[in-house]
Every structure is written in structure tokens, then in C-alpha cells.
Design a protein around this ligand. Structure first.
Ligand SMILES: Cc1ncc(COP(=O)(O)O)c(C=O)c1O
Length: 434
């Protein structure tokens, strides 16, 4: 009898979760760990996790608060909400107060709650982060995918949004914008954000602005759409990416005052589900959002490494014939290997999942297929998370190089060598005759 077939009870699963598989990013990580366990050398370019350690003052704050043991208010510790409001006012020009902030155990969980409590359609431009659509499916929301293309920078156009709204003007909708983007690394220009904000306002579309990679804009020039459409935009962020603390599980939303009803409804569900976010982590997060020179410095070095590495890898991939746009922020690349379609066909590879599967088995390089991000499987797009290097060592080495100096190829080969080698190997594999 196959594993899982020995059921004492018949299978009674909510229809919405029947056939739901684990998130693609989590699944690839598990598979990599299995292969490593078997002794294979694996390059982990699948899971999008920051390569950098949590900054020292934040770790110290956690240490000092390890004994915090009380349940905290469901919306978050007041001091943290104050600090988050101040931080986002100051950093992204978001006009908000502590009352507008909701803290949760990861922004992913908050997104899930949002979809649960808001009664409307979910509009998602593709390529898109892997979890938005499955969450909508779990709670039984309608999803409208708006496919984009490399020609529009992998971005939604204001015309696309207008056309969608025209179909049914009064329909309640949440549009999710994610920039810098996972999976493409691209971000919207201020001009484009203004145009989208205008269409959204005219049509009363709620925006969920997922800016979790905002502080990792490689040039530190992230623009938020919130100040352009403050009455209709929910900001989503957290500690996971810029602070290297994905496993700490702390996310946050900032709501417009006019949507306090939504915040309160999510918090009410929170009281019946997660109760409150981990207490020591919330105390440590206060330190993270207080910022200061050491944290600024950490961010500057992180951005400089990610920017230089993203540029080098883009060049390598482009030289190998892939179509690719260079990243503006975060740590992802989204090459399209369709120019090599004939070569891939000749090896019996017809879809992006097949390509990633074969790549992993034959070279040990783990990536994710574009289809996991809402792209058609027959398009040979792939997401590369360029994070498989020792971020602590790379940061220390970057400290030694004057801030105005670009990190050259020698630096990247020395300190991010695993990723550079993996991408070289990937290019060689795609180009190999069989
Ligand atoms: C685009 C995007 N949004 C949200 C999240 C969720 O982050 P967290 O739940 O760790 O706050 C991630 C994590 O991978 C992400 O890539």
C-alpha cells in the first residue's frame, strides 16, 4: 500500500484545498535537502531567502528579550507599531500613525487573512509571487490574472487595469502589486506608479502594495505607491528580506485610515487563529525599525553586493543567449531560455518544469520554473534566486572596499563564487548539444 493510503477515515477535505500541493518554493527546498542528504552537490537557487545574517544590533535585541513570554496584543506591541509607523513615514513617505499598523507572523499570513476577510476579486499581474493565487483558491476567491510581457518590463500597464475595470465598474477588487518583484527583480518607475494609482483611484480598486523588497532596491531608490494613492493602498512589508530574518516570521501591513474596518476584521480573525506574533521577535523588531548608522551600513553593503552580482549574472545569461532584464532590487533573475527552444526540444524538454527538473537532476542546480509564477509552461522562463553564498563573509569583505568603488568580477568570484559558478554551469547546460 502506498504511503498515505492507509486511511482509518475516508478522506474528507475542504474542496478548496483538494489537489493543493506544497508551495513551489518550499517544495524545491525540501527536494534540495533530500539530494544533499544523498551526497549530491546542490546549488540552491530555488528558495528566495536572504543570504545575509540578521544585523548584529537586532540579534542583540532578541537576545535581551528572550525571556519575554507574555501573549501580546493581536495587532502588535504598541511600541513596535509606533516605531513601524515612524519608520515608514520617514523611509517611504507614508503618512501613517501607530493605529494604522498591523503586525503579524509574516506578511504571507497577513495576506491570507486579508483575502479571507475582504469580499472581492483578486487581481494579479503575472509573473507573480507563488503564494497569492493559491491563497485566493484556499479561501474561495475569484482570481483574475493579468499577463504581462518582457516588452512591458514584466509590468502591468494602466491600460490593462482600465480594461479590466471597464468590464464591471462596481466590482470590489484587490490588485496586488509587488515591486521590486519576485520573480523578475524589476521595479516600477515613479511615472508608471502614478498612472496605475490614477486608474485605481478612478475605479476604486484597493491596492495591496507588496514592498517586501523595497529596502533592497539596489540603488536605495525605492518609490512606494502609497503616497500616490494613500486612501486606497495597503502597504505590505516586514523583516524577512531586508533584515535577513525570514525564519523569525514577522510581517506588517499599514492601512489607510479609511480601511480601519478591514484592519479590525483581520485582527478579529487573528484573535481566533495566531493570537499574537512571537513576543521576543516583536521586541527585537523594534530595534530593527529604529534603524541607525549600523543598520544603514548593513543595508548599503547588502545592496551593493546584490546589485553587482545581479548585473554580472545578467551579463552571463545574456551572453549565453537567454532573454533577460537586469534586476533593480532584491535577489532574483527571471531569464527566458525560449531562444534555445530547438536545443531543448532536441533533448525532449518541452516545458519549463521539465527544464528545471532536468537541470536539477543533471547539474545539481535548483531553480523554479516560470510556470510556478503564473507563466505558460511552454515558455522557458526560470526564476533564479541568487542567494547561495555566504552572506556574512561577503559583507565582511565588502566592508574593506571603499563605498564609492564598484564590486568587480574578482570580488564576486571570490565571495559569491557558488552562485557565479552555478549560473555558468547552467548556461553551459542550456547550450550543450544533448
Ligand atoms: C513577494 C513576496 N511577498 C511576500 C513574501 C512573504 O514574506 P514573509 O511572510 O516572510 O513576510 C515573500 C517571501 O518570499 C515574497 O517573496
Amino acid at each position: 500500500m502506498a504511503e498515505g493510503e492507509d486511511h482509518f477515515l475516508e478522506v474528507h477535505l475542504n474542496l478548496n484545498v483538494r489537489g493543493l500541493s506544497p508551495s513551489a518554493t518550499v517544495a524545491i527546498n525540501d527536494r534540495c535537502n533530500e539530494l544533499r542528504h544523498e551526497g549530491r552537490e546542490i546549488f540552491k537557487l530555488g528558495l528566495g531567502q536572504s543570504p545575509f545574517p540578521v544585523p548584529r544590533p537586532v540579534v542583540e535585541a532578541l537576545r535581551q528579550n528572550a525571556a519575554q513570554k507574555d501573549y501580546l496584543p493581536v495587532k502588535g506591541l504598541w511600541k513596535l507599531r509606533e516605531t513601524v509607523a515612524e519608520h515608514h513615514r520617514h523611509t517611504f513617505g507614508i503618512d501613517c500613525a501607530p493605529d494604522d499598523v498591523l503586525i503579524g507572523p509574516g506578511s504571507k499570513e497577513l495576506m491570507f487573512l486579508l483575502q479571507l476577510v475582504y469580499y472581492g476579486d483578486l487581481v494579479i499581474p503575472t509573473p507573480t509571487w507563488v503564494s497569492y493565487a493559491p491563497q485566493a483558491k484556499i479561501v474561495g476567491r475569484q482570481i483574475q490574472l493579468l499577463p504581462t510581457s518582457m516588452k512591458t518590463d514584466w509590468h502591468l500597464t494602466p491600460e490593462q487595469l482600465e480594461d479590466l475595470c471597464k468590464e464591471d465598474r462596481g466590482r470590489p477588487r484587490i490588485l496586488i502589486l509587488n515591486y521590486p518583484s519576485n520573480p523578475t527583480g524589476r521595479t516600477y518607475s515613479l511615472e508608471r506608479l502614478k498612472e496605475i494609482a490614477e486608474v485605481a483611484r478612478r475605479n476604486r480598486v484597493v491596492l495591496l502594495s507588496d514592498e517586501i523588497y523595497g529596502k533592497l532596491h539596489h540603488e536605495g531608490k525605492h518609490h512606494s505607491i502609497v503616497p500616490l494613492y494613500p486612501e486606497g493602498t495597503i502597504f505590505s512589508g516586514g523583516l524577512s528580506k531586508w533584515c535577513g530574518a525570514g525564519g523569525w516570521r514577522l510581517g506588517l501591513f499599514v492601512f489607510p485610515k479609511s480601511m480601519r474596518w478591514l484592519l479590525n476584521a483581520m485582527a478579529a480573525v487573528g484573535t481566533e487563529t495566531f493570537t499574537s506574533t512571537s513576543a521576543p521577535i516583536q521586541y527585537a523588531a523594534i530595534r530593527a525599525f529604529q534603524g541607525g548608522p549600523e543598520l544603514d551600513h548593513y543595508l548599503q553593503q547588502s545592496r551593493r553586493i546584490l546589485g553587482a552580482l545581479g548585473d554580472l549574472l545578467t551579463r552571463l545569461l545574456r551572453q549565453s543567449g537567454a532573454s533577460i532584464l537586469s534586476p533593480h532590487g532584491g535577489f532574483y533573475l527571471f531569464p527566458n531560455f525560449s531562444p534555445h527552444r530547438d536545443k531543448l526540444y532536441a533533448r525532449g524538454i518541452r516545458t519549463s518544469p521539465q527544464m528545471c527538473q532536468r537541470l536539477l537532476e543533471e547539474t545539481g542546480i535548483a531553480t523554479l520554473p516560470g510556470s510556478a509564477f503564473g507563466r505558460p509552461p511552454e515558455e522557458f522562463t526560470t526564476r533564479i534566486a541568487y542567494v547561495d553564498f555566504n552572506g556574512g563573509k561577503a559583507l565582511a569583505a565588502s566592508e574593506e572596499i571603499p563605498p564609492e568603488q564598484h564590486l568587480d568580477e574578482d570580488f564576486l568570484r571570490t565571495h559569491c563564487g557558488r552562485v557565479v559558478n552555478a549560473v555558468r554551469r547552467l548556461c553551459g547546460w542550456v547550450l550543450s548539444p544533448e
